[in-house]
Design a protein around this ligand. Structure first.
Ligand code: PA5
Length: 449
């Protein structure tokens, strides 16, 4: 596949023999995924998605993106969790780091902001100020169509649109990505005539980045979503056909499982590029929500390096020895910055004159990796050829496939998330939502104790 897994930094903590011993179990897990026989197989839609996606809808996504690019200075994307993280991760990975701040002439596509991923009025007020008098559109994304954070933020920005453009004008600037027939959002969209995109029934939130959930905002940013799908399709082809010994996603899934069984409870995903920070957030949801159940699961954590070497570095090097690390390594930087020679060498940096920042960064990475291994942290590495659409499609699929295999090895259903409902019942009761009167009384009594 396009994404390469490098296990060498973990080989003093596990042996190739241990990986070979897991072969049968891993093959069974893979078969359960590919043949759709494993637990949660009603949510296996992502497995074949890069080949089987709806081409007609794909063309509509591209058309809608072009319209938004033409009539909007800003796109507001409302969503949370699986209906948020993938699109943001992709846009930050693919576009210029200060995308939203670029002057208008430099960026031909709208600024893109995400709402509905918190409960903060302050955050929304600040964004309303940023939009000002400018033209904007809204993409509201919710599979259930009832998520509170998303629904509140959508109400706020829909009202703003209606005041600015009138009801019909607003409707032509609202794009709803939701279930094909169920839910409050779908009903509202049909009533008001918003353009709708579908989140397939058999694709769960955290596996939905390659559906309209991710594709519409990503396309609006100017990225090539066809290449994204091509990368995912090629990675799928590789992972479905490669033998165990060459199958990088299976080897990653097995390696982290073996390390976990040897006491490594936490997996730290480390990136060396600020534009990958949201990829780590997406990965945390994918792995945390898929594996953290039945009182089991590796705790996914992430660090942005070298930034966090100056904060979390001490713990990784020398704290409790429960950590394994996985480094995300982008092989080819998007562009280069060369360090210049300075007369008199006032800061002692002339030994780096003529060198690129990528050279400096890669050496920091090599040094850190060796130090962490010396400190008792197995370090795995995932090589991403470039920060482009093709590699990103492949990376998304790589991790989805790996967590499927890994979850089955752990003996859980990686495709459900029963635990995320618990807080909601309490919150609705405390907010006074009709139908929660009994729970409300019980909670207030508990708090008064
Ligand atoms: O993975 C999940 O199921 C969650 O993170 C959901 O994506 C999140 O809660 C948003 O749900 P919805 O798309 O229904 O608004």
């Amino acid at each position: 596949g396009c994404i390469q897994f490098d296990l060498r930094g973990a080989l003093s903590f596990l042996s190739e023999r241990e990986l070979v011993q897991m072969e049968q179990a891993a093959e069974t897990a893979k078969d359960e995924l590919v043949e759709h026989t494993g637990a949660g197989n009603d949510f296996h839609g992502w497995v074949d998605l890069p080949e089987a996606y709806d081409r007609e809808e794909f063309a509509r996504i591209q058309k809608a993106a072009a319209k938004i690019q033409g009539d909007s200075d800003v796109l507001v994307v409302a969503g949370i969790g699986g209906s948020y993280l993938g699109a943001r991760a992709a846009i930050e990975f693919l576009r210029q780091g200060f995308y939203n701040q670029l002057p208008k002439g430099e960026r031909k596509t709208p600024e893109i902001y995400f709402v509905g991923n918190n409960m903060s009025g302050q955050y929304m007020n600040a964004l309303i100020d940023v939009i000002g008098e400018r033209d904007f559109s809204v993409n509201v994304i919710s599979k259930s169509g009832t998520t509170t954070e998303t629904a509140i933020s959508f109400r706020v920005f829909k009202t703003l649109l209606e005041k600015k453009y009138g009801k019909a004008g607003a409707a032509s600037r609202i794009y709803a990505t939701t279930d094909k027939q169920r839910g409050a959002l779908k009903q509202l969209a049909d009533r008001e005539g918003y353009e709708c995109f579908v989140i397939p029934d058999d694709v769960g939130g955290r596996f939905s980045v390659l559906t309209a959930v991710g594709l519409l905002p990503i396309a609006v940013s100017g990225a090539d979503i066809s290449r994204l799908m091509e990368g995912a399709a090629a990675e799928r082809q590789a992972l479905l056909t490669e033998a165990y010994a060459d199958n990088d996603a299976m080897r990653y899934a097995v390696a982290r499982t073996v390390l976990n069984r040897k006491g490594k409870e936490v997996e730290v995903l480390a990136n060396y590029e600020p534009s990958l920070a949201m990829i780590s957030e997406w990965w945390k949801q994918l792995f945390g929500e898929s594996e953290g159940k039945d009182q089991k699961g590796i705790l996914p954590h992430s660090v942005n390096l070298t930034t966090d070497l100056h904060s979390m570095g001490q713990y990784i090097q020398d704290g409790r020895r429960i950590l394994m690390e996985t480094v995300l390594n982008v092989e080819q930087p998007k562009n280069e910055l060369v360090i210049e020679e300075e007369a008199g060498d006032p800061d002692g940096l002339n030994y780096l004159a003529g060198k690129t920042m990528d050279f400096v960064c890669k050496n920091a990475m090599r040094g850190t990796k060796l130090a962490h291994i010396d400190g008792g942290v197995p370090v795995m590495q995932i090589n991403i050829p470039a920060q482009d659409e093709y590699s990103l499609g492949a990376l998304f699929y790589f991790f989805e496939f790996a967590v499927g295999v890994s979850g089955y090895l752990l003996g859980v259903n990686p495709f459900d998330q029963p635990g995320v409902e618990s807080y909601k019942r309490n919150m609705f009761a405390l907010l006074g939502k009709p139908g929660y009167e009994k729970e409300r009384e019980a909670l207030l009594a508990r708090e008064a104790q």
